[in-house]
Design a protein around this ligand. Structure first.
Ligand SMILES: [Zn+2]
Length: 307
C-alpha cells in the first residue's frame, strides 16, 4: 500500500463505496490526515486513452466553444476572488497552465497580457486552443514534457496553474515537487480542486461526481499539509469560491525556508465518522432532490443564469 501523499504516512482505512454508471468505486481514507483515495484505480493504458481521446468534449458533452462559454463564468469568479485577496497577475509574467481544456482561464490571462504557455494531452483540445489563443501549446502529458524538454532553453515560470488537475494525479506529491522546479524563485502555484467536505453533485445520480479519473479527494487541511511539506507557503486557501460546489482554491508560493504545518488535523475515528456523515448527507439530499425535482441539474443552470 502506498504512502499518503499529504502526510507521508501509511495508515489507510476503508471509507465507503460509491456507485457510478453501474460500477462501484471503493474509497480508502488516511486515518492521519483524512485524505480520501480512490482504490479502484484505472490502469495507466486506460488512463491514456481516457485523456487523449476527446476527454474534454466527452466530459462536458459539448463542443469547445460551448464549454468555453460555460467555464468562463467560474473562471472569472476565480480570478476576481484572487484579486480581491490582494494577489495580482502582472503583465509580462510567464504563466504555464496544465490541462487548460477549452481555455477559459488562458483567455483571461491573455487579457491581462501575461505570457502564456500550456500543456494539454487531449489533441482535439490542443487544436482548438492553437486556433483561438496566443499561448504556446504543448500536446503532451506533464511528465513526458518534463522528461523531454530542451534543458538549454529552459524557462522558469512565475505561475503554474492547475485547475481541476491535481485530483486526477496518481502521484500528486511527485508532480507538485516537479512543478516546484519549473517555478522561479518567487513563483506561485494556483490550484483548484473539488472539496471532500462538500461532495455536491449536479448529475442525475450522486455518483456522477466521482469521475473514475479522480484518484484523491482533498480537504483544505490536507492540501495545505501536502503543499507545506513540499516547501510551499500558502498565500490563499478558501472554499468560498463557487457555490454550490465550494471547490478549494489555493495560491501557494515557493518558499526557501522550511515550513512547519502547525495545523492539527483531527483524524482518527472521529474525523472519519464526521466525513462519512457529510458524504451520506450529500448523497441523501441528492436522492431527495431527484425524487422531488426530477432534474437537479436545472437548479445549477438557473443559478448560473442568476449570476
Ligand atoms: Zn495522510
Amino acid at each position: 500500500m502506498k504512502k499518503c501523499p499529504s502526510c507521508n504516512e501509511k495508515n489507510w482505512d476503508y471509507f465507503r463505496k460509491v456507485k457510478r454508471e453501474n460500477e462501484f468505486q471503493y474509497f480508502l481514507i488516511c486515518k492521519n490526515c483524512l485524505l480520501i483515495k480512490n482504490n479502484t484505480e484505472l490502469s495507466n493504458s486506460k488512463l491514456t486513452d481516457y485523456y487523449k481521446n476527446n476527454y474534454n468534449k466527452k466530459n462536458y458533452s459539448a463542443e469547445h466553444n460551448l464549454i468555453f462559454d460555460r467555464m468562463l463564468i467560474p473562471s472569472k469568479f476565480r480570478i476576481d476572488l484572487i484579486n480581491k485577496k490582494g494577489i495580482k497577475f502582472s503583465a509580462g509574467e510567464k504563466l504555464l497552465e496544465i490541462g487548460p481544456g477549452s481555455g477559459s482561464m488562458l483567455y483571461l490571462f491573455e487579457k491581462m497580457n501575461l505570457s502564456t504557455f500550456a500543456i494539454e494531452p487531449d489533441l482535439d483540445a490542443v487544436n482548438w486552443l492553437k486556433n483561438n489563443f496566443k499561448a504556446k501549446i504543448f500536446n503532451s502529458f506533464f511528465n513526458d514534457w518534463v522528461t523531454n524538454k530542451d534543458k538549454n532553453k529552459e524557462i522558469k515560470f512565475d505561475w503554474v496553474v492547475l485547475t481541476h488537475v491535481l485530483e486526477h494525479l496518481k502521484e500528486p506529491r511527485l508532480f507538485v515537487s516537479q512543478i516546484k522546479n519549473e517555478l522561479n524563485k518567487n513563483g506561485k502555484l494556483l490550484i483548484e480542486i473539488p472539496n471532500a467536505n462538500n461532495p455536491y453533485s449536479d448529475g442525475k445520480e450522486w455518483g456522477y461526481l466521482f469521475d473514475p479519473g479522480h484518484f484523491y479527494y482533498y480537504t483544505i487541511d490536507n492540501l495545505e499539509m501536502m503543499l507545506n511539506s513540499l516547501g510551499f507557503k500558502i498565500e490563499l486557501i478558501t472554499d468560498s469560491n463557487l457555490k454550490p460546489y465550494k471547490n478549494i482554491l489555493c495560491i501557494a508560493s515557493r518558499s526557501e525556508t522550511e515550513i512547519i504545518n502547525y495545523k492539527n488535523i483531527i483524524g482518527g475515528k472521529y474525523g472519519i465518522l464526521k466525513l462519512k456523515l457529510i458524504w451520506k448527507r450529500f448523497e441523501i439530499i441528492h436522492i431527495l432532490k431527484y425524487l422531488f425535482i426530477k432534474n437537479p441539474g436545472r437548479i445549477v443552470k438557473s443559478f448560473f443564469k442568476k449570476i
